[in-house]
Design a protein around this ligand. Structure first.
Ligand SMILES: NC(=O)c1ccc[n+]([C@@H]2O[C@H](COP(=O)([O-])OP(=O)(O)OC[C@H]3O[C@@H](n4cnc5c(N)ncnc54)[C@H](OP(=O)(O)O)[C@@H]3O)[C@@H](O)[C@H]2O)c1
Length: 334
């Protein structure tokens, strides 16, 4: 477990990257995304922030708070239903029109629903899209700006911060239904969770290999009391809130969660693949120190023993999952 003191010391050092770091928070209008954005604005010098979500009312309130927290920050809201890849593309275009580099991309848009398969008009299940395809589409679209950020260090020979963080469940990698990755025929909530989680870990490894200047982190937040239960009926909400209550001793406080996710997205131990592998650099999801993709638990330490990923790396499934993802993008967006 990384202590909160060490987390805060690391976050305080964010200022050493200099002013004008750019952070994009998809899911920044609530919960873990919002608390990570708050931590970013608190610690970074003159940051520029993009909060992506649907709720304009929430966004206005958060923007007001963040401006008070750091008057030198520039905070923007981009409205969109990002379960639709078309709206992901529109949001990315809006950001790319203003920014040449993006230092930190935090992906936490998601829902907790007990519904079965629920397709968007683009034919993807809404939950699987929010937890996997939509996040990968943001990542894929914004890779040029993430690479630019790495190349824009403030001192000669120094890399700039370039990092992607997907908040889901780094511990839960599980076997995939390989002939139905998008779960058209085999949808269940368990399969949806397994596919989103495992495909995130595999795709991040694949991207770390082809984009060695950027760090890729798949994080598990632990139990954090947020608004995640809001899209459920009142009985289900009651049950979920009761579960959170009963498990209170295990809950990670929301503000601490934001600090921990900022750490996961910015601490130099989660180094990009092409950086020097000195002491303190973490073991990557493939078991190799400093390999550029990391699985991080709620205690901010890396998660290991990922047998499922090992098999999928060896038999070529990792590459096929990324190819499948690109095929889905092509099918929907051309
Ligand atoms: N909280 C936990 O204990 C916990 C545990 C394990 C994993 N997780 C995972 O962590 C992630 C973040 O959860 P959280 O607890 O922070 O939830 P949250 O408080 O409900 O936040 C979810 C965010 O997703 C956005 N969102 C949802 N649907 C969207 C859509 N169609 N288009 C655009 N934005 C959308 C919401 O914004 P708008 O409402 O403005 O659209 C909000 O900003 C989720 O993927 C969740 O599965 C959470």
């Amino acid at each position: 477990m990384v202590s909160l003191d060490n987390i805060q010391a690391s976050n305080t050092a964010l200022k050493n990257y200099g002013p004008n770091l750019v952070g994009v928070f998809v899911g920044g209008t609530s919960g873990i995304g919002e608390s990570t954005a708050r931590a970013f604005v608190k610690y970074a010098a003159s940051p520029r922030v993009y909060l992506v979500g649907r709720s304009e009312t929430r966004a206005s309130q958060i923007i007001e708070d963040l401006r008070a927290l750091n008057p030198d920050g520039q905070i923007n809201f981009i409205k969109g239903d990002v379960s639709r890849l078309q709206e992901v593309d529109e949001a990315c275009k809006e950001i790319q029109a203003k920014e040449e580099k993006i230092n930190l991309l935090v992906l936490s848009a998601g829902i907790l629903t007990m519904k079965g398969r629920d397709e968007t008009d683009e034919g993807l299940d809404k939950k699987l899209s929010l937890h996997y395809y939509s996040r990968m589409r943001f990542l894929y679209n914004l890779l040029p700006q993430l690479t630019n950020a790495a190349n824009a260090g403030t001192a000669p020979g120094q890399r700039g911060l370039s990092s992607v963080l997907s908040v889901l469940d780094a511990r839960g990698n599980a076997p995939l239904i390989l002939n139905d990755l998008s779960l058209k025929e085999n949808y269940s909530l368990r399969n949806c969770a397994n596919h989103a989680i495992t495909m995130t870990s595999l795709s991040m490894e694949e991207l770390a290999a082809s984009h060695p200047a950027t760090s890729f982190v798949h994080a598990y937040p632990g139990l954090v009391k947020t608004s995640l239960v809001r899209d459920n009926g009142s009985l289900m909400k009651l049950a979920l809130n009761a579960m959170f209550f009963l498990l209170t001793p295990m809950n990670v406080p929301l503000e601490e969660s934001g600090e921990r996710h900022l750490y996961a997205g910015t601490n130099p131990s989660f180094a990009p693949r092409d950086s020097t592998r000195g002491e303190g650099v973490a073991i990557g999801s493939d078991g190799v120190q400093g390999s550029g993709s990391y699985l991080v638990g709620s205690d901010s330490a890396t998660v290991s023993n990922q047998k499922v990923l090992e098999g999928y790396r060896a038999d070529g499934t990792r590459a096929s999952v990324w190819k499948h993802t690109l095929d889905i993008f092509k099918g929907i967006r051309g």
